[in-house]
Design a protein around this ligand. Structure first.
Ligand code: SF4
Ligand code: SF4
Length: 210
């Protein structure tokens, strides 16, 4: 049997045995354990906007430029976003080289875990990265006058962010993400169960009030 510190060096509750959750007052509120259906749901959300984007850029006659989108996606999600966003997430705290969560599943963890909350610069960078990533297909659809696909892509992004903000962000464990909508009393309860994160958050000025 593995010592818990071999898989859970920061003693984050997400990676403790599930039996330790029995006395948790926020049990069932957060998506704090990996489930394959959460991952499949996220892949479905991703395809929702990726399909009209790819089709629109190809029909516009700029299909080769999708390689630039893929390249930016790899750089952003594998190196940039994973540092500014995911390295603060409880899922990232598991020991090992790859991520096991319902977003960037199996991404390489090239950075160390950061138990402190995201800072302002990281939050701004996240929006800059999103702007570039989601904006890129528009350039080529406009150049190729694919107005139907511009509308379809725009609607798909509205649905994507609507479902993200409405269904996932209110229960996501990456509590300092600027899109996170978990109530403060739940954040406080989570931090109380995670001393390493609590200490790092309090050192950044966070105050537990409940
Ligand atoms: S917040 Fe932590 S202790 Fe509570 S149910 Fe989730 S993983 Fe378990
Ligand atoms: S922020 Fe999302 S994608 Fe990143 S590690 Fe956490 S659950 Fe996974």
């Amino acid at each position: 049997m593995r010592n818990k510190n071999q898989i859970n060096p920061y003693d984050i509750c997400t990676w403790r045995p599930i039996s330790k959750c029995n006395d948790c007052i926020i049990k069932g509120y957060l998506k704090c354990h990996f489930k394959i259906r959460y991952l499949l749901n996220f892949i479905g959300l991703f395809l929702l906007f990726a399909i009209p984007a790819v089709a629109g850029v190809i029909l516009a006659g700029y299909g080769w430029f999708l390689l630039g989108w893929i390249a930016f996606g790899i750089i952003f999600f594998e190196f940039w976003e994973i540092r500014i966003l995911c390295s603060h997430c409880p899922f990232y705290a598991e020991k090992g080289r790859s991520l096991h969560c319902f977003g960037n599943y199996l991404s390489l963890k090239v950075w160390r875990f950061h138990p402190e909350p995201m800072n302002r610069s990281e939050k701004i960078q996240l929006f800059v990265g999103f702007f570039i990533f989601f904006g890129y297909p528009y350039i080529f659809m406009f150049l190729g006058r694919q107005y139907i696909f511009i509308i379809l892509y725009s609607i798909s992004l509205i649905v994507f962010f609507g479902l993200l903000l409405g269904r996932r962000c209110p229960r996501c464990v990456n509590l300092s993400c600027p899109l996170n909508r978990v109530p403060k009393k739940v954040v406080d309860a989570f931090l109380k169960r995670n001393p390493v994160m609590r200490k790092a958050w309090e050192e950044e000025g966070y105050v537990i009030t409940s």
